[in-house]
Write a protein that binds this ligand. Structure first.
Ligand code: E4P
Length: 217
């Protein structure tokens, strides 16, 4: 499973990228707002750092506007994936932009039928939002499983990009189901390294090592 980092915070991306953990980045208008940066400037900085796709989201609500904004965002770098919302106009924009050979990430997906339409419209990525479904007591992971089954039934090449990930359990389950990509905040990716038994075991080893009085260096 590929890891995308769901943030516009350049330092956090750089830290994970140095470890080889970053296959791509996703941003959205809320993340750009949180960064306090200019969208083109910060996106360019991220694109220069990362080899993989960097999603930049359009904000127009009509297809024509999304297409124009998508083309403008695509000028930032070759690795831009244009993010459009899963609306009827978003699907129209997806079709036009993907026919032009551009990467398109269709976002705000909350049903398997929406994901089926996005694949038909030529989306490079479909972004089902797990956490926001969980917030409504609907199993977001079940949606990932449904989309996986449908895409496999018909050999769609659209990649399932599990989004709105809130926990390390989401990461594990997305990987078990076979999501192609998971996009998560830096904190969730780093938290995957933690385990209480690792901490406990390390503590015991350190105490026993101190008793030996030995040094390695
Ligand atoms: C990613 O592409 C999405 O914009 C993001 O995962 C949304 O996450 P949230 O529901 O935590 O805002």
């Amino acid at each position: 499973m590929k890891f995308f980092v769901d943030t516009a915070e350049v330092e956090a991306i750089a830290e994970l990228n140095d470890l080889g953990m970053v296959d791509g980045v996703t941003t959205n208008p809320s993340l750009i707002m949180k960064s306090g940066r200019d969208i083109k400037e910060v996106t360019k900085e991220i694109c220069d750092m990362i080899d993989g796709p960097v999603s930049a989201e359009t904000v127009a609500l009509d297809a024509e506007g999304m297409i124009a904004e998508g083309r403008e965002l695509a000028k930032i770098a070759d690795n831009i994936a244009i993010k459009v919302p899963l609306t009827w106009d978003g699907l129209k924009a997806c079709k036009v932009l993907s026919d032009e050979g551009r990467m398109v990430n269709v976002t705000l997906c909350f049903s398997a039928n929406q994901a089926l339409l996005a694949a038909k419209a030529g989306a490079t990525f479909i972004s089902p939002f797990i956490g926001r479904l969980d917030d409504l007591a609907i199993d977001g992971m079940e949606l990932i499983a449904e989309i996986r089954a449908i895409y496999d039934n018909y050999d769609f090449s659209t990649e399932i990009l599990a989004a709105s990930i809130r926990s390390i359990n989401h990461m594990k389950e997305a990987a078990l189901i076979g999501a192609d990509v998971a996009t998560a905040p830096p904190g969730v990716i780093k938290a995957m390294a933690g385990h209480a038994l690792t901490d406990k075991g390390l503590d015991a080893f350190m105490k026993d090592w101190a008793k030996t009085g030995q040094k390695i260096l």
